[in-house]
Unconditional design. Structure first.
Length: 266
C-alpha cells in the first residue's frame, strides 16, 4: 500500500517502532497496538482512498471485525475530501489533518511585547527524569474530566513508556519548557531516516502566547538536523486549528492532507 502523505508514513513508522503491528490488506491497513488498547490512533483501520458514503457500513464492520473488544471506533482515510458528511450524520467526529514540512531549521517566533516567555530561573531542556516524564503524562491528561482522568492517565503513562523507549534508542528526544520545576509545554521529535517527525506539541493554557511552542519547535529541529541523514522536518496539525499559523510562520509549508473519523466509547 503506497502512501503519499509524509504524516501518515511517519505515523506508521513511529507506531512500528513502539511495538505496533501494521497489516496490509491491499486497499486498507489494520494498525494494532496491543500494549495500549485504548490508544485510538494506535488501533484503527486506514483506508487507501477517500471517504465514500456508500462504504460507511463496510468500514465500520471492518473495524469491528478486527477490534471486537474495542470501545472506540477509528477509521483513517489517506486521501482528503470525499463524503465525510455521511460519517458525521451518524455521530462520528471528523478531523482533517494537514501535513507540513520544511528543509530548514524552523524560525522561533518572539513572545508578544510585555509577556515574558519564561520567568527567571526557568528554561527549555530535554525531558530526562522520572518526574519529567510523569509531568508529561499529566500534561497529556490536562483537559480530561475528573470521571475519565484515571483512565486517561493510564493511557498517557503507557504512551510515555513508549516515548522513553524511542529516546533511549537514540532516535528521539522530547523537549520541555519548565517554569521553575513545572513542565508547562512539551513536544517530541523522532528521526526516521531522511525525515524527522514532531510529536505531541502541547502548551498549558496558562502559558500560551509566550512563544514557547515556537522555541521548542526550533530546539527540536536543531537537534534533528544534527544528524546529516535528516533532510526534512514533518509536523501534522488539525486543519483550521490554532497551530497552523505558528508552523507557517516557523517556515513550514503544506505538503498533504488526510482525514480521520472516530467515535468515542458510548
Amino acid at each position: 500500500m503506497r502512501l503519499d502523505s509524509p504524516g501518515l508514513v511517519t505515523d506508521l513508522e513511529l507506531l512500528r517502532l513502539q511495538g505496533s503491528t501494521v497489516t496490509d490488506h491491499g486497499d486498507h491497513l489494520v494498525v494494532r497496538t496491543e500494549a495500549n488498547p485504548t490508544f485510538w490512533w494506535g488501533n484503527f483501520v486506514l483506508v487507501l482512498g477517500e471517504a465514500r458514503s456508500a462504504e460507511v457500513d463496510r468500514w465500520v464492520a471492518r473495524f469491528e471485525e478486527e477490534f471486537p473488544d474495542a470501545q472506540h471506533r477509528a477509521v483513517g482515510f489517506a486521501q482528503d475530501g470525499g463524503d465525510t458528511d455521511a460519517w458525521a450524520a451518524r455521530g462520528w467526529e471528523v478531523e482533517s489533518d494537514v501535513d507540513l514540512a520544511t528543509t530548514a531549521v524552523p524560525t522561533a517566533a518572539d513572545a508578544p511585547d510585555g509577556i515574558p516567555a519564561l520567568s527567571a530561573g526557568s528554561k527549555l531542556r530535554a525531558l530526562a527524569t522520572d518526574d519529567d516524564w510523569e509531568q508529561s503524562a499529566q500534561v497529556g491528561a490536562r483537559d480530561t474530566s475528573e470521571a475519565q482522568r484515571e483512565g486517561r492517565l493510564v493511557f498517557e503513562r503507557r504512551r510515555v513508556t513508549a516515548q522513553r523507549g524511542l529516546v533511549d534508542s537514540g532516535r528521539a528526544r522530547w523537549f520541555g519548557a519548565f517554569d521553575g520545576d513545572r513542565l508547562v509545554a512539551r513536544l517530541g521529535i523522532v528521526r526516521l531516516g531522511d525525515l524527522a517527525r514532531y510529536q505531541e506539541v502541547v502548551t498549558l493554557e496558562s502559558h500560551r502566547r509566550r512563544g514557547l511552542a515556537g522555541a521548542l519547535v526550533r530546539a527540536a529541529g536543531e537537534w534533528a538536523f544534527e544528524d546529516p541523514a535528516v533532510g526534512q522536518l514533518v509536523i501534522v496539525a488539525e486543519d483550521g486549528g490554532p497551530a497552523i499559523g505558528l508552523y507557517h510562520r516557523a517556515g513550514f509549508a503544506e505538503v498533504a492532507r488526510h482525514v480521520g473519523v472516530s467515535r468515542p466509547p458510548a
